[in-house]
Design a protein around this ligand. Structure first.
Ligand code: OGA
Ligand code: NI
Length: 292
């Protein structure tokens, strides 16, 4: 618990081992995702926007970098969209994986509840609009193919995550994910079959800033196709999000100047702001949604 608290407070990221997800399932996930990329995505990436823009830039020989595109192939799985069906076992395996990961997210949120001194189930309830089971749980299946000019663009530009808790199953070998810590970019070293957890903007708000959502990015590399599968446990768009009163009161008792550091807002409004400002600093997003 203490180590998780330290990860949340000091880093915004930590790697979870002994998470209880069967190794056998993780092995199958790796297999079907790699097959899925080969069979259903690789060809399409060859005439994708990042390839076109990179080729244009290289022809121009201007020495500029590409600042407005990511070298990433991505699809997002949620319960009610249509899933790719050509790759044998993909749908079934990913459905099983998502079920496990959602349970793990809820377990991790309970640890955060306790570490923050909140009642057990507080965060889950906040992300389920107070009751029921309507959190938004999505899974991004991403690949970062080898890039012939990795100095000219990122795999994914620096950003913080908009939502709640993010659980990332990254490649065993090909690194690329970096987080910003005290002004320096630090590699998140691949640790086979671990799950990388990070806290998004809504956890920052709920915790009244005790847990920050941290800037991260993915670098490209000239060799190796990096696979990463990010699952996010977010509130539904209609949920109201605000700092937990317990954490605001605590600040009061300790005579701190900052009482409530974040506004109260509707998550859907936050997402409208985020859609426009994902790759910009996060603070203005909190101001903008607070003024809505
Ligand atoms: C993201 C993200 C990191 C990765 O999807 O928001 O940061 O390693 N992904 O793919
Ligand atoms: Ni991210």
């Amino acid at each position: 618990m203490a180590r998780i608290a330290n990860g949340c407070e000091e880093w915004g990221f930590f790697q979870l081992v002994n998470h209880g997800i069967p190794e056998e399932l993780l092995e199958r996930v790796k297999k079907v995702c790699s097959e899925f990329y080969k069979l259903e995505r690789e060809e399409g990436f060859k005439d994708s926007r990042p390839i076109r823009l990179l080729n244009e830039l290289v022809e121009k020989k201007s020495g500029e970098k590409l600042e407005n595109v990511d070298w990433e192939d991505v699809i997002t799985l949620v319960d009610d969209n249509e899933w790719p069906s050509k790759t044998p076992g993909f749908k079934e395996t990913m459905a099983e994986y998502r079920k496990e990961l959602k349970k793990l997210a809820e377990k991790v949120m309970e640890v955060m509840d306790e570490n923050l001194g909140l009642p057990k189930g507080y965060i889950k309830k906040a992300f389920n609009d107070g009751e029921g089971d309507n959190a938004f749980f999505g899974t991004k299946v991403s690949h970062y193919p080898p890039c012939p000019h990795s100095e000219l663009l990122n795999g994914l530009r620096a950003h913080t995550d908009a939502g709640g808790v993010i659980l990332l199953f990254q490649d065993d070998k090909v690194k690329g994910l970096q987080i910003l810590k005290d002004g320096e970019w630090i590699d998140v070293q691949p640790l086979p079959n671990s799950i990388v957890i990070n806290t998004g903007d809504q956890i920052e708000v709920l915790s009244n800033g005790k847990y920050k959502s941290v800037l991260h990015r993915v670098m490209t590399s000239p060799d190796g196709n990096r696979r990463s599968i990010a699952s996010f446990y977010n509130p539904p768009l209609k949920a109201t999000i605000a700092p937990a009163p317990q954490l605001v009161e605590k600040a009061n008792q300790d005579d701190l100047e900052i009482v409530q550091a974040y506004p109260k807002f509707v998550f859907g409004d936050y997402m409208s702001v985020y859609a426009e400002q994902k790759f910009l600093p996060k603070e203005p997003r909190f101001h903008a949604v607070g003024a809505m």
